[in-house]
Design a protein around this ligand. Structure first.
Ligand code: ATP
Length: 514
């Protein structure tokens, strides 16, 4: 199946099984805004819990906060967002559609990459066993030609984005003969800057002084509180502050479902370090965060770092953790060494000293910051993409199964009476009543057992138990495992022992301690 079709299936699966709905669905939705349903919210909460505990529980020197979405408008002046949080946009006069100029160019680069991949795949087929990819890449005239075009484009693009130079971006689009995917024409307007922050007014008077913004990132709430936390928590540098919360960006092009939303959620941690030590901490956080992703067991080959060659003016190192989505490797998390830019700016704009006093050396300084910033929704999407499978069974049937890590699954155990009578429902409810304090259980008595198993497979429930007539006599049930579909007879009193450990967030956290 083409990757595009797989992705479409995942999107409709999310809706059909109560994971993600378009927002305001009965009014035909609202662009790039989504709601999480009964299963989605559980999965999302589990992702957040995994992240939060990995930061706050596993690190003595990291604490959390929950700052307000509304903040003093000068904060966004100080952070640079009012002046520079822009995307370059371009319109196609024929389709009347709006695009991000940088995305059009990046897509063009991806096309060159695809061409190279195709050439390599063809050659692999042709040469079979004896194929040497590295040698082919280095010598094939066709590949070299495409690669040269791609690299030239990359250099031009990186130069144009410095500043950015809007005319140069437009010229690239013209020279590369990029066409609008909808109208198929090259009838482009000039490139303009567009600020991504949503604004609104606070209070009754609507003069310009009351204009405030919906935060485009949660990080600034951490920066402006860093000294409050440091003092009240008696924190010593190095220390970190973690936060999970909503962020808002008026994205020009909303694409790929919950990958790019206008209202989304971030999990950010700012780690405050002594100036000069930041480049020692940066690789440590890269490794720590990669381990967090890989503990989910999706396979190392599905992640990669993408180091930035073009750094923001305030950063001295930056990388993305990318995950292999059905539409290619995409950023799910950014790790940035942000120097002391933000704290210094807030010091300047607020007129307050927010320096840290180091009791050991008796000196005051503005700490440097390593930031780890991950989108909850993108993480959610990567998990759904990796877990979704249409599995061909031996009997010729196909089952749709979500192979979610058990600790993240919305429902951990489904309890099913074989029939709706003779005391079996009561027995099933008894089991739920004894286990519901430990993990999320679901009662299901409708349809055949086979259909009920399929329903649970589709939402990723790792365990099901069936209560039958023998259960009434000997207090045993059939335990069925989602991944293998194997079944085992076990005693009801054993269920908690068998399941609790495997479905707990602690089971994931323990992997990080190794
Ligand atoms: P992109 O280049 O994809 O726009 P970004 O580099 O602007 O992302 P950051 O500002 O570094 O992203 O934000 C950190 C994380 O927040 C991203 O890695 C991503 O997971 C998430 N994120 C950012 N923008 C969005 C969005 N519009 N929708 C969903 N998640 C987002």
């Amino acid at each position: 199946m083409a990757q595009e079709d797989v992705f479409k299936k995942i999107v409709s699966h999310c809706k059909e099984y109560g994971f993600v709905f378009p927002s305001s669905d009965i009014y035909d939705g609202l662009g790039a805004v989504y709601d999480y349903g009964q299963n989605g919210v559980e999965l999302k909460n589990n992702i957040k819990e995994y992240w939060w505990k990995s930061m706050v529980l596993l690190h003595e020197n990291i604490v959390g906060i929950d700052s307000a979405i509304f903040m003093h408008p000068t904060i966004w002046k100080a952070s640079g967002h009012v002046d520079a949080f822009n995307d370059p946009l371009i319109d196609n006069r024929d389709s009347k559609k709006r695009y991000r100029a940088d995305v059009l160019i990046e897509d063009q680069m991806a096309k060159y990459d695809e061409k190279i991949e195709k050439e390599v795949a063809k050659a692999r087929k042709r040469f079979g066993e004896s194929f040497d990819e590295a040698q082919y890449m280095a010598t094939s005239p066709r590949v070299l030609e495409i690669k040269q075009k791609r690299d030239a484009l990359h250099t031009r693009y990186a130069d144009a984005m410095q500043g950015p130079d809007l005319d140069a971006l437009k010229q690239i689009i013209i020279d590369e003969e990029i066409v609008d995917p909808i109208s198929g024409t090259k009838n482009w307007t000039d490139v303009r800057q567009f600020n991504l922050m949503f604004s609104t007014e606070m209070g009754a008077s609507a003069d310009s002084s009351s204009k405030i913004y919906l935060r485009p990132e949660t990080a600034q709430g951490i920066f402006v509180n860093y000294l409050n936390v440091q003092k009240t928590g008696r924190m010593k540098v190095p220390f970190g502050i973690a936060q999970i919360g909503k962020a808002f960006r008026n994205e020009i092009v909303a694409r790929q479902f919950i990958f790019r939303m206008r209202e989304f959620e971030q999990m950010e941690m700012q780690f405050f370090v002594k100036p000069g030590t930041e480049l020692d901490w940066f690789p440590k956080w890269k490794a720590t965060r990669m381990a967090w992703h890989q503990a989910l067991g999706f396979g190392e080959e599905n992640y990669r770092f993408h180091d930035h060659d073009k750094l923001a003016h305030y950063a001295n190192a930056a990388t993305d953790i990318e995950f292999r989505m059905p539409f290619g490797f995409k950023e799910v998390e950014g790790i940035h060494s942000r120097t002391n830019f933000d704290l210094s700016q807030h010091e300047k704009f607020s007129g307050r000293s927010i320096k840290y006093f180091d009791p050991q050396t008796n000196e005051s300084y503005t700490p440097y910051v390593i930031e780890t910033s991950i989108g909850v929704d993108r993480m959610f999407l990567s998990i759904m993409c990796h877990s979704y499978e249409e599995e061909k069974l031996e009997n010729g049937e196909t089952r749709t199964v979500l192979r979610l890590p058990a600790a993240l699954a919305p429902v951990k155990l489904a309890v099913m009476p074989l029939v709706k009578k003779d005391g079996l429902p009561e027995k099933a409810r008894e089991i739920i009543d004894s286990l519901k304090f430990h993990f999320n259980c679901q009662y299901d008595e409708k349809d055949t057992i086979g259909k009920r198993y399929r329903r649970q497979d589709a939402i990723g429930t790792p365990y099901c138990v069936t209560v039958d007539y023998d259960s009434l006599k000997d207090n045993t049930v059939t335990l069925r495992f989602r991944d293998t579909m194997e079944q085992e007879r076990v005693s009801i009193s054993e269920l908690n022992n068998i399941i609790e450990d495997k479905v707990s967030i602690a089971s994931l956290l323990k992997k990080l301690q190794k």
